[in-house]
Ligand binder design. Sequence first.
Ligand code: ATP
Length: 919
Amino acid sequence: MCAAFTSTTTHHELTPHEVVELLSTDARNGLGDKTAHERLAQFGPNTLPRPARAGLLMRWLRQFHNPLIYVLLVCGAVTMAIGEVVDSSVIFAVVIVNAVVGFVQESRAEAALEGLRALIRTEARVVRDGEVRSVPSERLVPGDLVVVEAGDRVPADLRMVTLTELSADESSLTGESAPVSKNEVALPPDTAVADRRNMLYSGTLVTSGTGSGIAVATGANTELGEIHRLVGAADTLATPLTRKLAWFSRVLTVAIVALAAVTFVAGLLRATEGTNTFTAAVALAVSAIPEGLPAAVTVTLAIGVGRMARRRAVVRRLPAVETLGSTTVVCSDKTGTLTENQMTVQTVWTPGLAVDVHGSGFAPVGEIVDASGTPVDPDQHPALRWTLLAGLLCNDASLRRSKDGQWSVVGDPTEGAMVAVAAKAGYDQNRTLADMPRTGSIPFSSDRCYMATRHTRPDGPPVVVVKGAVEQVLALCRGRMSGAGEVDPLAAEEILQATSDLADQGLRVLATAVRDDDPTDPADPDPDQLPGTLAFTGLQAMVDPPRASAADAVRACQRAGIAVKMITGDHAATAKAIAARIGLAPASPETDTASPKDNAASPKDNATLTGRDLAGMTDEELPEAANWASVFARVSPQQKLRLVEALQRQGHVTAMTGDGVNDAPALRRADIGIAMGRSGTEVAKDSADMVLTDDDFATIEAAVEEGRGVFDNLTKFIAWTLPTNVGQGGVILVAILGGLTLPILPVQILWINMTTALVLGLMLAFEPKERDIMERPPRDPDRPLLTSALTLRILLVSTVMVVGTWWLFQWELSMGAELAEARTAAVNLVVAVEIVYLFSCRSLTQSPWRLGFLTNRWVLIGVAVQVVAQAAITYLPSANLIFDTAPVGWETWIRVAAIAAVATAIVAVDKRLRRGSAV
Ligand code: ATP
């Protein structure tokens, strides 16, 4: 392989020009498509080697690392030692079946999680054939000219060629957490990786600024590839619930072992024969162990994650699935999440002339007309001309036309709209930029709320153009451009009033300003030097329609007891108008104390607070205000963090969306951080628990619904499995305490446990969501696993099982049945009660009749399989031999069915009596 393309080449010691030569590329136009194609074939995709996964053997052995399984293994070994070969073989068979199921499920769940990661595609911006294009980052090749900006994950190792205020978080590579600022100066050969200021390394994150660089290494050849560290290593499958369950398993094991030991000792003291006592103790242990629990939890979570992904919510951290179910407040961005992010400039306002712009979407076709409908020539109106030119020049976006004639934007839609309106006025982007090339810039950031660029021109001094939030741009202005192109006094009141009038219609308003008369302008505009030097030119007001689904999703959240709050960087009036359209009804404050102060940017309003209001509040005042207000405008990313903390202090489980670099702290702090898959920066995605692949608010609502469904199904499985295990344990305990013959043998219990958990219980993981799932209040995250209602149900069902089994066992014996026949009847009864109880557990509150029997066909299939299996163990001679069973007559089946019917009735009555208090 050519040495130029490997990371061993010390590109940092070369000048940008030398790197360009070395990699046979072009610092302006990048590679040609053909060359890029060839290099892709030569060097392969720009992907890192897969992270090392635990070996097959380790993953297999891990299945046995569970206290409940240890108990079974010990039971199996001792049973073998005392010569009970059949019993011990069955115990070992159960352990192995359990491990196989666990192994398969775990592998599938991990594969599913890995597949999900692929859904979050990373795009890189490269210059190919002189055009900026967005390509999947795996298609980058050495020599590509890559463009980066704040928020991007660096897609390959880059030798920087141009940069503005560029700094990067290289902690994933060097461990250094403070951002490192970059430049393009060549460095001595022995400079350490951490000090190579002219390089950006693959996998690191751009925290500020913009720049472009030549890809000098891709894929495994990058520094990251070399140290074999994959960012975002495999998720674990642990969640708060699985941890709670693991703890529960340990407690259960200790309790079961203690009980079995006491039983064994008590048996010996009574001078019963040692083997029998031991068999009884083993029976007790295996009956009470819920072997299917770990598999059920993994399967249910994996199914939930899959369902969410199908609804376009990709879970990055598994605990999010559960937390979603208890979310009480969702804080959402406006732009792109509640709205379409399909910006179209509708009005351009300048002092003295306001024009309407026709056309929709990003298509650069439409007329510019005045109030009387007469077309306007911007070249005749300097303020209008500069407003359009500023929007066009101070811009990193471009428009593209697809083969089917649709126009779309590469880059920020707000900027795309400004390119489109300029084109409608006859200003072509490429031509204008060729006439006035950019020589420097101040990139946009949500903190600064404006962007500035500097351009040289053939017919005058260099020009600095600015666009951004009205208040911020006005702060930079010394006056405003008159109709004749002169600079008049600013008269900010009129401009703010015009802004307010446009924003009240839900329009997004940006201001523009220029400085075209300073020949001494420095090449790079300096944010500290700008204030008070520019001339305001005008306003561009764009529509960004609310998403069609937003109003319904907001309503669904509110019905589900989840408060929705809009947190936006936009103007208060714009935010309020959009909020009203999507049904974010004003909340009334409980008291007047926290009501907003007078503020030029925010009309005084009960439901709306601005960043300035928040800045004026103490940490003690904020929580209450955060609780009642539903719209927060002109909020900075730092204030987002304060809001999350304030809401959490009010006891809220908070979901928060974000897309920018500076949103990362708030996303991490939120109980559920949600990043935007399309428009979000890599930094935001990296900090989030969940990524929306369609950026749509309705997807959050869908994810909450699925999250609730997952938790419901887990609770249903627990509600089903625990009573049955306790019931079986009870049956054995009665025998031991009463010194009676065991009605069910250990092998039979293992048969019941294993088959029912797999064939019956697991089917609850496929249970569809209940109809009222979004009508209930959010789940309290602190609610214990064993609620009092569940404890009572465990007692009830287990009592029914113990009484029913004993009664039937004794009845069969008294009717002259053989011991094996009576035991077979008892085994079938336990399974029958589990089947009828399974139907009951399909809903925690509703009766199975109301749910409809056909809504989960997996349950029906499972029941059918279980019935066949019971017939087999009862009538097949070989099964009779292994399990000590015997064929029974039809009268026995009638008695089994009758007791199961009584059990159904008792649970139904219990459910009816405790309606509303879900188990
Ligand atoms: P949201 O927070 O709901 O996504 P937003 O896009 O308005 O809303 P920010 O991206 O923080 O939030 O932008 C804040 C303000 O900065 C905007 O309201 C707009 O006035 C201005 N602005 C947005 N994008 C740009 C840009 N590319 N260049 C200059 N100014 C911008």
